[in-house]
Structure formats: structure tokens, C-alpha cells
Design a protein around this ligand. Sequence first.
Ligand code: NDP
Ligand code: OXD
Length: 311
Amino acid sequence: MSQSILLLVPPGWGGIWQQPLAAGGMTVHAHGVEPYDPADIEYAVSFRPPPGLLRTLPNLKAVFSLGAGVDGFLLDPYFPKDKPLIRFVDETLSREMAQFAVLHVLMQHRTVHFFAAAQAESKWRQRILPRRTEDTRVGILGLGEIGTVCAMRLRDLGFAVTGWSRSRKAVTGVKSFAGLSELDAFLGQCDFLICVLPLTDDTRHILNAATFAKLPQGAYVINIARGGHVNEPDLIAALDCGHLSGATLDVFETEPLPDGNPIWKHPKIMATPHIAAITSPLAAARAIVNGIAAIERGEAPDNVVDMARGY
Ligand code: NDP
Ligand code: OXD
């Protein structure tokens, strides 16, 4: 039987998501593109739905996120919290997030900028690494689906890797710090800090002047989670005073990053447009079709968000 899905994505993005869902046997209505009867809708699929809209669907059974993060849903004060919200968890997504983290750690660790500048001057400038790999401490904030893969890849490259999460983890070769009481000890030993937390009331602006001050002098910050984790003026101040050596930001408080925002031209920031990893429409459709099939059989789907925790 064909289930009726409402697709809520920005204008122009409908096609790439609609086609694989329709191929999976779903009847797909694209919000803003064609009229639909709200009473027909059983499932909604989105990344950041218009606030209040999901509440207007009287026969909604569940909501599927096209992303791993669900802050775009839970920021809506009218989100129907009595319906299951299912997030996207995918091996390829985790692997590509880890690639991005590894890429940006290695670019700094191997001082790519130094050699690029030397080449620009046609200079043969050899030098040894400023810090040995095993002495380079990489801390992952958020040791969940994605953070764990980042930790394992960096560990396999020989870095000294630690992680911080709400509950204690057992990842071979990765020291686990847990809970707020261990946050300062964790921060104090991060030459690189990689944020892969979900954005919740507890983690908003977790990266601020006070937390930057607890990082070792010269630490490098990589945020691939959500812009709301970083207090951006505090980050710029910590870079400008020389306490932090640099930052890679893939996500921002306001996206797209507005024209004129100082982050664009900051010499110590590498900014990318929320592309650390992008959900594959085919993989998302497969997960949604499987999740709907489970619900229709009366079973619980995988990856249901815990509304009390917010992730
Ligand atoms: P998970 O839910 O699997 O992992 C979240 C981790 O954060 C868990 O280890 C959890 O601890 C920890 N955590 C959450 N809240 C706290 C807290 N208050 N204190 C300490 N630890 C906490 O999420 P994913 O790994 O799947 O995704 C992480 C985030 O990555 C997403 O929410 C999304 O924002 C971002 N993302 C960004 C992308 C991009 O392109 N830039 C692409 C994909 C995701 P515990 O395990 O103990 O519960
Ligand atoms: C996600 C994202 O949460 O793309 O998956 O940011």
C-alpha cells in the first residue's frame, strides 16, 4: 500500500528527494509546489519545516528528518512531540563527516599552509613537523554515531584521541570523558577540539569565552555540528588575542553566512558552507521507506529521537 508523504524542503530542492521516495512506492506531496489535503498526510519528511506546519496535519503518524541533527524540528514550539521523530543515521554520512574532520586536522598538523606559501615563493623549505603525531591530542565533543567514527579514524592515524559525551564510552584506544564534571579536564588536553554534538538547550553556545580559555594555548577548533554551538564573537576574540591558532567552521549561527560577517575574511578561519557531509537522497529514501514499513507493521522504527534529551 502506498503511504502519503509530505515533503517539506526549500524551493528547488524537491525533485532530488521526491524521485527516490516515489520510486520506493510512496505518494509524495511537495509542500509549496502543489496543493494537498492536510488530512491525507500520514508522514512528513524535512530538515527544517516551517514552524507550526506539522501541527496542522491531523492524521500524521511520524516525522522523518533528512539530517542527523533534529534541532530544526525541535526549535519549533509547535512541533507535535507526541509523534515519533526519526533522524537519519547512515554509515556513509558518518564516514564522510570523519573524512572532513581528518582532512582539517591533517592540514594543520602537516602545516599545509607553510608549504603552500613556500611554493608560492619558489622556495625549497624543508622542516620537521612542529609536533609529533602521537603527542598531538585530538578531543571529540560528542562521541555518538559520527563522533565515534571521527575518533577511530584519527586514532588509526596515530593521534592521541579523547572524547566527551553524556555517558561513558568504551572505544578502543580513545579515552572517554563523561558529563559536565569532566568537561574542563577534557578541554584542558585538546590541541584540536572537534565539535560533533547535537544542538540542544544543554549544548547551545557550549563553545564560548570560558571554554576557549580552558583549551591549551594554540589549540585549533573544528565545528562540524551546528553554528549554535559556538559563540562566534567569543571565537573571534580568542583567535585575535592569539590564544587559539585557528578554526574550521562548517556551520554557522545564521546560514547562509551573511555578507559582511567577519568570519568570511578572518585570516585564521577556514569556512565551508555546511558541506562536511550531505545526506544522500537515495540512502535517505531507503531509510524512510524502511522506517514507514516498520511503523505500518506496528513495530518501532530505528533512530527515534528521545524528546526529553532533544537528540
Ligand atoms: P548522536 O546523537 O549519535 O551523538 C551525539 C553525541 O553527543 C552523543 O555521544 C551524546 O552523548 C553527546 N551529547 C549530547 N548532549 C550532550 C551533553 N549535554 N553533554 C555531553 N554529551 C552530549 O549524533 P550524531 O553523531 O549522529 O550527530 C551529531 C551532530 O552532527 C548532529 O546533531 C548534527 O548537528 C551534526 N551533523 C552535521 C553535519 C554537517 O554536514 N555539518 C552532517 C551530519 C550531522 P551520549 O552518547 O552519552 O548520549
Ligand atoms: C545533518 C546535517 O544534520 O546535514 O545531517 O547537518
